[in-house]
Design a protein around this ligand. Structure first.
Ligand code: RP5
Length: 275
């Protein structure tokens, strides 16, 4: 995974300072960059000390590279290094920002991404084909409130929660929350969702090129595909946006989609898996 969203020559951190310039070839730590002088930044919302955020003053108590109480501090990338000052070192390389930025945890911040797909159909119910003659797959996307980009409706794995619970919870909260349906239909949807989410296929687990990453805190995720082959589940209702998300829609997966973080890599991978 390269750094293109969380490092660059002229990138401003989300609602924060400008990142110290890092060109693509200066990302790896083993490349010499003596002038490198990253900006220290922890967002006020994180520095205020909410329950989900690590406190830098207590860094010595954190047990990195292990399951630390209920917090999973193990990285999908392997054992990460700890600096002399006791801070985890981003396993991919430089980002131009030090400390937590907008992320709660030093080291890996674990997320889960439910990639829900179906075949795109025309008004007659026939599968739509792309220029290469392949059936077009579409996925449930949300418009993120922070960057305004379309994204998979993923979320953070909360301390003590499993990845599979997070996948269903996030999909429910972000994509299905405000479906206008009577109680009976809602119960049916809930049951259908449990069935759909029982058969997931692993798409990816690892580091995410997330715009919030820093030299000491980064996003990792598990992406699972839940495919509605016959389209039976989603025929029952129309998608409407939930609380966290501004907008929700079926987005056709075509090469080169512009999506949040590494999400285009994930949807292209799922397209290849189905074709
Ligand atoms: C991305 O951030 C992950 O792939 C996941 O989609 C998302 C989780 O963060 P929040 O949506 O909870 O902010 O890196």
């Amino acid at each position: 995974m390269a750094h293109s969203k969380c490092a660059g020559i002229d990138i401003t951190y989300l609602n924060g300072p400008k990142r110290f310039p890092v060109s693509p070839d200066q990302v790896p730590w083993n490349v010499k960059y003596p002038e490198y002088n990253p900006v220290k930044y922890t967002a006020p919302s994180v520095a205020a000390g909410p329950v989900w955020a690590d406190k830098k003053s207590k860094i010595e108590e954190i047990r990195f590279n292990t399951l630390d109480g209920k917090v999973n501090r193990v990285s999908h990338t392997g054992v990460y290094k700890i600096s002399e000052s006791g801070l985890p070192i981003n396993p991919v390389g430089r980002t131009g920002i030090e400390e937590q930025g907008l992320l709660g945890k030093f080291g890996p911040n674990h997320a889960a991404d439910p990639l829900v797909t179906r075949w795109k159909k025309d008004a007659e119910g026939n599968r739509v084909k792309d220029a290469e003659g392949l059936d077009v797959l579409e996925f449930v996307a949300i418009k993120r409130g922070d960057t305004g980009e379309w994204a998979i409706p993923g979320g953070m794995v909360e301390a003590g929660d499993t990845v599979s619970l997070t996948l269903r919870k996030e999909f429910g909260e972000e994509a299905l929350n405000s479906i206008e349906a009577d109680e009976k239909t809602k119960t049916e949807i809930e049951a259908g969702l449990i069935k759909l989410f029982a058969n997931g296929k692993m798409v990816y687990s690892g580091y995410v090129d997330d715009p919030r990453n820093t030299d000491n805190a980064w996003m990792e995720t598990v992406v699972m595909n839940f495919h509605d082959e016959e389209g039976t589940f989603f025929n029952k209702f129309k998608l409407k946006a939930g609380d966290d998300a501004g907008d929700v829609a079926w987005v056709a997966i075509r090469p080169g989609l512009k999506l949040y973080a590494s999400h285009n890599d994930f949807v292209q991978k799922v397209r290849a898996m189905h074709n």
